[in-house]
Design a protein. Structure first.
Lengths: 826, 197
């Protein structure tokens, strides 16, 4: 096998293999990429959903935990608020303040306030060490609590202030000297007092100057012993970070995942990363995470200053939120669970990385397998291709051996079978071709022989004018040897002058363009006719070139181009036939001379005859005058002589008119009747017409366009023929008619008629039934050619033994104006 | 009866302020006070009847029907969860509204097993009343209570678990101290407090 020798430009070998590998790769790559892409998208989405839902659950759980933390703290604090001693003290204070008659209590209150603000030790002691304050301390220190309800250490440390106000918002008892005295105008107090009804009030995060930290506060109404109305407010300020961080900070997952607590303004109460009191970095995030229902969002930022997709779970603290700022409507607290997106999507990225590596490995494997598979498929295909090539060149010697056990093997078997059949078919074809070739050679040889035998020179050329074939005659004419002419340009060989060469080339072009060949026929017809017209003026001869004639050496040749059948794809071919017209034209010239002299004889005889009668009259009368003595008679004879002289003069004038050279070559409108009459007169004068009875039936005719002399000549020839046929005696009918623009002239005699065998030859030149010297045999020929020249026709009808009718038709000159024929004598 | 007589003897002026028809109970009081007036027991009775009816309508016609049709359910954190307030919350919130309106009369739900400590009995009377419901759940417990110098009439009516929602919530709430309530059990009482000065 010569697989390696196959050219690379052969698209099959390379193309098929490459296509197979590429398609296998595509089959692998496209689903792989699609799968990877979809896996990534779906994975990311699912991670988002799963993380979001986990975060939401975590946020909810953390919210519940923090809610319980706050609730427990509220419950713990409320134990102080319901302590009967404190309630009793405050009830007493209320009664004291509300007693209408007791103004001194109010007075002392103002004093107490002034002294508190001045930090008067007595006043401070009155507030910090009164029974209620002692109770508060007891609670704070734990001595007032039942063992399982001890204030936890964390809570105790977180508590920055703890004090009680009376029903009017004035400080009633406190743990320290830090609190202000009057609180009636503060938001928390009004919220907790709530028109005496009382409600839990958890203050939002704010900075406390005394504690120097961010705090929130729990304010509880101290109800009277009936829980009917508020008698005081317990206010507790708690460090937010210290309070919440033990609950929020331990909740960590991954490296960055954590839980934080924010309020409805987005301010952080507790976060392992952000400091307490700062706002979330992205304000647009706040509305999404501070809704009343737990949930999760995919946000563009994480609230911690990081940009990029973040998944955030959130949940409100249900119970605490209800008390923040008095009601739920005024703000709620929310947990916020977040993990860095880098960390969050790390697993899927990791997965994608490994999947990408595996995909590359798979692609490599695919490419290798594809290459192997393609090779397995392509190798037998190439062998088949090579075999097909060998079959095409007929060089396959051995059957194709492919044993792949699949369609290719079947194909190889079919190839072998086809090859066998082709060989068989070719063997038959070869013999046929040999036969045909021999036949063609034989045909060519005989054609050559035929062409060589023909004396007419025949030359064949191709489109470029190079000679393809010359027969023997032409080789002789051109005097060339075989070795010279092959593929040589014809015009180099032709020894002709410039004018002929141009004409020859022009005619070749005409034939090449498919010009009709009539022109040559017309020319051939016109030439001899004009030459034979004995009476026609010597016309300026058309140039030899326009007559398709060539002068080669001493010989004159009439040439003719003709197109040759050419094979498809090959250029056009043309043939050139040369006809030696040297002898022909010499003969013609002689004939013309003879005709001219013959006509002159007739003319001379006619003139003689015509002039003889009056001449003899004159002679006789002259003799009579000589002998006559009577003067009167002599005068009468003289008068007769003058009459005869005049007649002679008229005759001479008439003949002069006949013989007058055509002054012009121009065709003019001619009156046919006048010409016929004139011709009759001429013929009658030149022939013995004593027994001739002429009958005329003329109608008024339109003129025809013709040369009047030549038309008259035609009539003369026909009439002469008729009169000669009748031997000068008999009936001659002349009639004219016109129908549909065609003028018909009939000349009928009652002579012996024309035998049938002669009827077809009467127009042939030199055909005559007359004896030697009587006629030239050209009369009717000339008449026919002249009539044809003027667009008419002439024919002879001769029913046997009934005379002859000559029918001449001429086209009427429709546009022509009827006018006098100038040649008619007056 | 003792408590009613006590009120009448001590606060004849208050009776004059009460607009009501004469009743057979007031025969004894006629010699010390004008016959026109209405006893605080009656006022408390009226108020309790109205409150009870309102809450029953709310429970049966609103909450139960909505839950049965699956449209919306009642939940403690109804604000967050886009739900209906629990019937107990309905009463508590209306009580808060009434109190905030400043009309004097107040009512609230109390229990010996409160979910939130603020709903525990505040007074001795309330405690005794709740304890008395174990024997006489259908009789209201009334009496005069004082806060400092102020005196109030209090009537405590037993309150039953009127729907499954009540039982379910109290038995499952993390802060609930008692978790074995059954439908129609006395879960606590409704205290109606009317100031007497």
């Amino acid at each position: 096998m010569t697989i390696t020798s196959l050219p690379l430009s052969n698209a099959l070998g390379w193309g098929l293999k490459r296509k197979l590998i590429v398609s296998m790769l595509l089959v692998g790559v496209v689903p792989l990429l699609l799968g990877l892409g979809m896996a990534f998208l779906q994975g990311s989405k699912e991670i988002q959903v799963v993380s979001g839902e986990s975060f939401q659950a975590l946020a909810t759980e953390a919210a519940r935990k923090l809610d319980l933390l706050v609730s427990e703290e509220v419950a713990r604090t409320s134990r102080i608020a319901i302590h009967p001693d404190i309630v009793r003290e405050l009830e007493h204070r209320r009664d004291l303040l509300q007693a209408p008659e007791n103004t001194s209590a109010r007075m002392s209150l103002a004093q107490q306030r002034a002294r508190w603000e001045a930090r008067d030790p007595a006043a401070v002691k009155a507030i910090n060490e009164n029974p209620t304050a002692l109770l508060l301390q007891g609670f704070y220190a734990g001595s007032q609590n039942v063992p399982d309800q001890l204030l936890p250490q964390v809570v105790r440390a977180a508590t920055k202030k703890l004090f009680v106000t009376d029903v009017q918002g004035n400080l009633f008892a406190a743990l320290s000297a830090k609190p202000k005295f009057v609180h009636a105008d503060s938001l928390w107090w009004k919220g907790t007092f709530n028109k005496g009804v009382g409600q839990l009030f958890i203050e939002d995060l704010h900075f406390d100057d005394d504690a120097n930290t961010y705090v929130f506060s729990i304010s509880l109404p101290i109800m009277d012993s009936l829980r009917y109305e508020v008698v005081g407010v317990l206010h507790r300020v708690i460090d937010a970070k210290e309070f919440f961080s033990p609950a929020t900070h331990p909740i960590r997952f991954g490296k960055t995942g954590h839980v934080m607590l924010i309020d409805s303004r987005g301010i952080v109460l507790s976060c392992p990363i952000l400091p307490t009191g700062v706002r979330l970095s992205d304000p647009s995030l706040i509305p999404h995470v501070t809704v009343r229902q737990p949930g999760w969002v995919t946000a563009d930022s994480d609230g911690h200053g990081g940009q990029g997709t973040a998944i955030i779970g959130f949940a409100p603290l249900p119970e605490t939120s209800r008390a923040t700022n008095g009601t739920l409507e005024k703000g709620a607290w929310h947990t916020f669970v977040w993990q860095s997106s880098d960390e969050l999507f790390a697993p899927i990225r990791h997965l994608m990385f490994w999947m990408g590596i595996l995909a590359l490995l798979a692609l490599g494997l695919l490419a290798t397998l594809g290459y192997l598979a393609a090779s397995r498929i392509v190798t037998p295909v190439r062998r088949l291709q090579e075999a097909a090539r060998l079959i095409g060149r007929g060089e396959l010697r051995e059957p194709i051996q492919i044993h792949t056990g699949d369609e290719l093997e079947e194909l190889a078997v079919e190839f072998n079978r086809m090859h066998a059949q082709l060989e068989a078919a070719f063997a038959g074809l070869n013999t046929q071709v040999e036969e045909k070739t021999q036949e063609v050679e034989y045909l060519q040889k005989s054609t050559d022989q035929v062409l060589d035998a023909v004396t007419t020179p025949i030359i064949m050329i191709d489109q470029q004018g190079r000679i393809q074939y010359m027969n023997r005659a032409s080789r002789e004419v051109l005097d060339t040897k075989e070795s010279d002419w092959s593929a040589r340009p014809l015009f180099d060989l032709l020894q002709i002058d410039h004018g002929h060469r141009e004409a020859l080339q022009r005619d070749l072009r005409l034939v090449e363009q498919g010009a009709p060949k009539e022109s040559s026929l017309f020319d051939r017809e016109r030439g001899p006719k004009e030459a034979r017209d004995p009476l026609a003026p010597t016309l300026s001869h058309t140039s030899p070139s326009s007559r398709h004639e060539l002068l080669i050496g001493t010989h004159l040749y009439h040439y003719e181009w003709f197109p040759l059948e050419s094979r498809s794809g090959a250029g056009k071919r043309f043939g050139l036939v040369l006809r030696d017209t040297t002898d022909e034209s010499r003969l013609q010239d002689q004939l013309i001379q003879a005709e001219k002299s013959g006509s002159l004889n007739v003319l001379t005889a006619g003139i003689g005859h015509e002039l003889n009668n009056p001449l003899f009259g004159i002679l006789g009368l002259g003799e009579a005058i000589q002998e006559e003595g009577d003067l009167a008679r002599a005068k009468g004879y003289a008068q007769d002589i003058v009459g005869h002289g005049r007649k002679m003069a008229a005759i001479i004038r008439d003949f002069t008119g006949v013989a007058a050279r055509e002054s012009k070559n121009q065709r003019v409108p001619v009156d046919v009747t006048a010409q016929l009459e004139q011709a009759l007169a001429i013929v009658q004068t030149s022939h013995d017409c004593l027994g001739l009875n002429v009958q005329k039936h003329y109608v008024t005719l339109p003129p025809v366009t013709a040369l009047p002399d030549q038309l008259r000549l035609a009539f003369i020839n026909i009439l002469t023929n008729a009169i000669q046929a009748m031997r000068g005696r008999g009936d001659l009918w002349l009639s004219t008619e016109e129908q549909g623009g065609v003028i018909t002239i009939k000349i009928r005699d009652n002579g012996p008629g024309i035998p049938k065998q002669h009827l077809g030859k009467v127009f042939d030149p030199f055909f005559t039934t007359k004896g030697q010297g009587e006629g030239s045999g050209l009369g009717l020929t000339v008449a026919q050619r002249l009539i044809k020249k003027f667009g008419g026709e002439i024919r002879l009808e001769s029913p046997e033994k009934q005379g002859t009718t000559c029918v001449i038709t001429l086209p009427a000159d429709k546009a022509g104006v009827r006018k006098e024929e100038p040649c008619i004598p007056s | 009866m003792y408590s009613i007589l006590a009120i009448f003897r001590a606060w004849p002026l208050w009776l004059a302020l009460v607009l009501a028809c004469a009743s057979t109970y007031s025969l004894q009081a006629k010699d010390v006070a004008p016959p026109a007036g209405i006893s605080p027991e009656k006022v408390a009775d009226y108020v309790h009847a109205v409150l009870d009816a309102d809450r029953t309508i709310y429970t049966n016609q609103v909450v139960n029907r909505m839950q049965a049709k699956g449209i919306v359910s009642a939940a403690e954190h109804w604000e967050q969860e886009n739900a209906l307030p629990l019937p107990a919350q309905f009463l508590q919130h209306s009580g808060k509204l009434v109190a905030e309106a400043g009309r004097g009369i107040r009512y609230r739900l109390i229990s010996l097993w409160p979910v939130y400590q603020r709903n525990a009995p505040a007074t001795d009377l309330e405690r005794r009343a709740l304890e008395s419901f174990a024997q006489t759940p259908d009789r209201p417990f009334t009496g005069i209570v004082t806060s400092g110098r102020k005196q109030y009439f209090q009537a405590v009516y037993s309150d039953r678990a009127i729907s499954a929602a009540c039982v379910k919530c109290h038995n499952s709430h993390p802060l609930s101290p008692k978790r074995d309530f059954a439908l129609n059990d006395v879960m606590g009482g409704m205290t109606i407090t009317i100031p007497l000065d």
